[in-house]
Design a protein around this ligand. Structure first.
Ligand SMILES: [Zn+2]
Length: 195
């Protein structure tokens, strides 16, 4: 799985795919296990539930495949919705996914309190996608959503929360440097061109 760079769990789901601009597409969400592990790593599901879900998935491979496919659909909808919370079509589709999660959501006390999706339906294989959809819907209602940016790197399109107002790239190490190298090569080429 790619390094987390998004600063929000729902956005990390979007970043399991790169090449949203159509260039060099690559999908890191290759199995239900990847999906469940990611949901655990970003804090949306407790680790012991991730293990239970993976065991349940290995017993029902077809259901797991359908749940994975749904997660990929949710992923694209989340990206459109967080980049434009006024996009009625994307927000409508995200609302449908969040409504599937709603009856299973618990509010867990703490500092701060947090949502737990699917506590009562622990082995339901739609749970990871539901948890991401719920987290994305929650983000849509917050002012922070106006700070969601999409990386302009070629073959990227990852999304992240820009808390400084100055962040342009998903990562300076990947897209930022690649763009710098490309710009440098362009400058060299135009300097070498005869006048
Ligand atoms: Zn990037």
């Amino acid at each position: 799985m790619p390094q987390p760079v998004a600063r929000h769990p729902a956005l990390e789901l979007v970043n399991t795919f790169s090449g949203w601009d159509g260039a060099h597409a690559s999908d890191y969400l290759v199995s239900f296990d990847h999906l469940a592990v990611l949901a655990g790593e970003v804090g949306l599901l407790p680790e012991h539930d991730v293990a239970r879900l993976r065991r349940a998935a290995s017993r029902q491979p077809e259901v797991a495949e359908a749940a994975l496919e749904r997660a990929r659909t949710v992923r694209a909808v989340v990206r459109s919705a967080v980049l434009d919370p006024a996009d009625a079509e994307a927000v409508g589709e995200l609302a449908v996914a969040a409504q599937s999660a709603a009856p299973t959501v618990e509010l867990v006390p703490g500092h701060p309190a947090r949502w737990l999706v699917g506590g009562i339906t622990a082995e339901h294989l739609d749970r990871p996608a539901d948890a991401f959809a719920w987290a994305a819907a929650d983000l849509l209602t917050r002012p922070e959503v106006s700070g969601v940016r999409s990386c302009p790197g070629l073959g990227c399109g990852w999304v992240f929360l820009d808390t400084s107002g100055r962040r342009r790239w998903c990562s300076m190490r990947w897209c930022g440097n690649r763009a710098k190298v490309r710009a440098h090569a362009e400058r060299q080429k135009s300097a070498a061109r005869p006048r």
